[in-house]
Design a protein around this ligand. Sequence first.
Ligand code: 5GP
Length: 201
Amino acid sequence: MEESIKQIKTFKLLNNRILQEGVCLDGGVLKVDVFINHQIDPYLMKQVSIEFIKRFADLKINKILTVEASGIAPAVMLGYLMELPVVFAKKRKPSTMSDMYQTVVHSFTKNEDSALVVSKDYLTEKDHVLFVDDFLAFGNAGCGIVDLCRQAGATVEGMGFIIEKEFQHGREALKRAGVTRIESLAIVESLEGNRIKFKGI
Ligand code: 5GP
């Protein structure tokens, strides 16, 4: 009982922040620079991470994976609380990196393709990965992570997103790519007319 009350509180906290401080941009983009994408609210990141820990409690995970840049804050908070290493896939191949796995993903917000690169030192067949990111939109970043993990022989155990934009159908793309556990803390059903409508509310 107490657990579900806490869960409702986290939902409310996050949904209220999105409603009060989120800005709808044209083309189905939600700007949450106030607490995730530019300024970061560490308290909210902690609440979000605690919720992820509960939802993925049944999984055996040894590594948190994310993509730069906006996934790093929730990933580090989660890694800190779970006492697990955090690896972020880079969007450019660093000149200092020689042996790596790479794939190409389309960025919906920037409308461009970019590389996604992770060093062979930090992703191996021993890894059971939890991928976390700020947004799930079309699922391009998540599918890129699936590809990197496949190359490394690592297992994707689950994926957690702070905000899912359901109308962009990323969840279906991830399921098609073989991801069986997907958890999103706030699910936006529509941004039509620049109005934020949450699923089930
Ligand atoms: P996907 O790869 O699922 O198509 O898109 C998710 C990635 O694009 C996330 O890493 C996120 O940073 C960015 N993104 C997608 N939609 C939005 C949005 O509405 N607002 C913001 N701030 N970022 C988004």
